[in-house]
Design a protein around this ligand. Structure first.
Ligand code: SAM
Length: 257
């Protein structure tokens, strides 16, 4: 997206524009994806049917395609990100393993028990963790696997400033034991979980985003709305720097009962 009439660009278009042409649209890393795969210890003697929901430009999709035997349906709401993933998968010779699908995760055209594995890094929050667990359960085979990362408090209490910020942004933020209980209450058995380390936030997500701020502002005519988008992201980065010992993404690996 290269907006020419900045007055008509919406905030959502600007957010997409800020996150385009980046390796990832959220905290994470190739090592995190590999670690999650190692914990899952997936069967290797069969082809797997996999959905990667909220795939963005496909940082994790490429790693999954490199590692797994099978087909991945990579879903996102925004074609801008899917186009980037298609380009990458073609360049890497992985396009026979990755099919992109422009759809909302709320309304997926999947069959009951269609998938061996549902993957979703930093995206289930868009429909809410528990709602996503319930909705997606149907698409998994019995014994199928779920891998989701979700913002999670690391400590049982925390300063009000950060508590208030995240409660307003995402009221479902919680400690891992409550997230695990939600998994267990909704037909899954936990296989394992881990927290993303600070490098996955800073080096892989926030620092590259900060580098893009200047070109983002100039290609959007330094508009008030573009500056608002930058200021809000900068505020989130500042809060992370100040309170990074209190929250991270939890990566939850589970099996459908
Ligand atoms: C934080 S990003 C994570 C992207 C990618 N998984 C990663 O870790 O780099 C969340 C993704 O969810 C997508 N998204 C937001 N709402 C969605 C919806 N209703 N259905 C499908 N995807 C959605 C966004 O476009 C974005 O790519």
């Amino acid at each position: 997206m290269q907006p020419t009439d900045t007055n008509r660009v919406t905030e959502l278009e600007l957010i997409i524009d800020l996150h385009k042409n980046s390796e990832r649209q959220g905290p994470g890393s190739k090592n995190d994806t590999l670690k999650a795969l190692e914990i899952l210890n997936l069967p290797t003697n069969q082809k797997l049917k996999v959905a990667d929901i909220g795939c963005g430009s496909g940082g994790q999709t490429i790693t999954l395609a490199e590692k797994l035997n099978g087909e991945i349906i990579a879903v996102d709401l925004f074609p801008e990100f899917l186009n980037e993933l298609n380009e990458k998968s073609q360049k890497l010779g992985l396009s026979d393993k990755i099919v992109t699908l422009e759809k909302s995760m709320e309304d997926l055209p999947f069959d009951k028990s269609e998938f061996d594995l549902i993957w979703s890094e930093g995206a289930i929050y868009n429909i809410g963790f528990e709602n996503g667990l319930k909705k997606w359960n149907d698409y998994l085979k019995v014994g199928g696997y779920l891998a989701v990362s979700e913002i999670t408090w690391i400590t049982n209490s925390r300063p009000k400033e950060i508590e208030n910020f995240w409660k307003a942004e995402y009221p479902e933020i919680d400690i891992a034991s409550n997230k695990i209980k939600q998994l267990e209450d909704n037909g899954y058995t936990l296989i394992g979980y881990f927290y993303l380390n600070q490098e996955s936030w800073l080096k892989n997500y926030y620092e590259p985003m900060k580098v893009r701020f200047e070109t983002f502002l100039s290609r959007n005519g330094n508009s008030e709305l573009a500056r608002k988008v930058v200021d809000e992201n900068q505020y989130e980065i500042d809060l992370y720097q100040k309170f990074k010992d209190y929250y991270s993404y939890g990566f939850y690996l589970a099996r459908k009962n």
